[in-house]
Design a protein around this ligand. Structure first.
Ligand code: HEC
Ligand code: HEC
Ligand code: HEC
Ligand code: HEC
Ligand code: HEC
Length: 255
């Protein structure tokens, strides 16, 4: 081995042993400072920039009203005879009681003056609103699958104030869809309602393809194949699936 080779080897051993040349300390400090800055940007500044905060036109008190009506949630959120879901009640169901101002509250006075007296519908913001390409039926989930409202919506039905509505400036949808946790950690079933969250429950409940109005297994297998070719890894045949339903096909939930 030549002298130069020996020296080169000695140097490389030195660095392999992590010999301190005096630059390690500042480098680590810079690294930590950079990490802290990016964490602040990612967790504090980014959400503030991405979401704008809106209030409901009228602050609605669920806790108070559930005690005033006769049939709980069903008094306002009910299924029509054709199985469709009424959603947020129309002004007509409020006017039964709020024809005139009942109490002292400013919120009620505003509601009666601006909406009841003018016969204008309240433009409520819908926290759970999905993109128009998504098909969702309450009848399938509440009447057939017997899911509780809380499973998907959390405790809005027991709240005293309407939660603040946070609108994603890019998609225009509510933050309830993507969830409030920036790291995507989900503790409760209602923390978010993205495509994967729908699919997760469908996979768990062994969502059955033979249901009425559903697709025949043969057609659904056909869709599986198309999906597997067009979007590799997205159907139940792939590993680490993202839209794992028994049927696999996209057109279960998409129009
Ligand atoms: C007196 C009528 C009334 C009753 C009774 C009532 N609600 Fe509501 N609900 C409303 C109105 C009005 C809104 C829209 C305002 C808001 O979101 O705060 C609403 C909104 C909601 C939403 C928000 C949906 C979304 O994604 O934006 C949920 C969830 C909900 N109600 C669940 C319930 C549950 C559960 C019960 C029974 C425990 C219940 N409600 C009882 C009138 C009612
Ligand atoms: C069964 C009767 C009934 C119905 C139906 C009803 N309310 Fe009320 N509402 C009340 C009563 C009672 C109060 C309490 C009034 C008071 O003493 O301040 C109230 C209070 C309110 C207040 C003031 C709440 C507060 O916390 O200060 C608002 C706003 C309001 N209602 C909106 C609505 C809207 C919107 C609807 C329709 C979705 C509706 N109400 C349907 C009975 C009703
Ligand atoms: C399996 C999940 C799930 C369950 C269970 C569920 N919901 Fe929903 N709810 C949704 C989704 C998703 C939407 C948005 C649908 C859309 O935008 O097409 C929604 C929308 C709503 C809306 C707003 C509808 C509108 O006017 O646009 C109300 C009100 C509501 N749900 C109330 C309830 C109540 C009350 C119950 C219990 C009886 C309930 N939901 C059970 C998932 C669920
Ligand atoms: C908590 C569990 C759960 C969640 C969350 C859930 N689902 Fe479901 N879903 C079910 C079950 C169980 C059925 C089968 C119901 C039946 O017996 O028809 C079903 C059925 C369906 C169907 C078929 C209904 C029909 O008319 O044939 C569609 C479409 C659907 N879900 C879409 C969605 C979408 C979109 C979401 C997310 C926004 C979602 N689901 C979230 C449990 C869930
Ligand atoms: C279990 C129901 C379900 C199935 C099955 C499903 N999706 Fe979705 N998809 C959703 C929901 C809910 C959303 C809206 C929420 C979100 O963006 O995650 C969505 C959003 C999307 C979007 C974004 C659309 C937009 O306007 O933001 C695309 C693209 C999409 N899905 C493609 C697919 C494809 C491709 C498949 C088949 C491999 C598929 N989906 C299967 C429920 C489903």
């Amino acid at each position: 081995m030549s002298k130069i080779d020996e020296k080169a080897q000695a140097v490389s051993e030195d660095s392999a042993n992590g010999a301190d040349d005096g630059a390690g300390g500042p480098i680590i400090l810079f690294f930590i400072a950079g990490l802290v800055v990016s964490l602040i940007i990612g967790w504090v500044i980014f959400p503030k920039v991405l979401y704008s905060q809106k209030r409901q036109p009228i602050d609605f008190n669920h806790a108070l009203h559930v005690g005033e009506v006769e049939d709980g949630c069903n008094s306002c959120h009910y299924f029509r005879e054709d199985g469709s879901f009424s959603g947020i009640p129309k002004l007509a169901s409020c006017v039964e009681c709020h024809e005139d101002v009942l109490g002292e509250s400013e919120e009620e006075a505003k509601f009666v003056a601006e909406y009841v007296a003018k016969e204008r519908e309240v433009p409520w913001l819908v926290y759970s609103k999905q993109p128009p390409c998504v098909y969702f039926s309450h009848a399938a989930h509440v009447l057939m699958a017997k899911n509780d409202c809380v499973t998907c919506h959390g405790h809005i039905g027991e709240s005293e104030n309407s939660p603040i509505y946070e609108e994603n400036r890019i998609t225009g949808y509510s933050r309830n869809i993507w969830g409030y946790n920036m790291a995507g950690i989900k503790k409760n079933s209602w923390d978010r309602m993205k495509m994967d969250d729908c699919a997760e429950c469908h996979a768990e409940t062994k969502f059955d393809s033979g249901v009425e109005g559903g697709m025949s297994t043969e057609i659904s297998r056909h869709f599986d194949e198309i999906a597997a070719t067009a979007f590799p890894g997205t159907t139940h045949k792939g590993k680490g699936t993202s839209v794992q339903t028994e049927r696999g096909a996209c057109f279960v939930c998409h129009k």
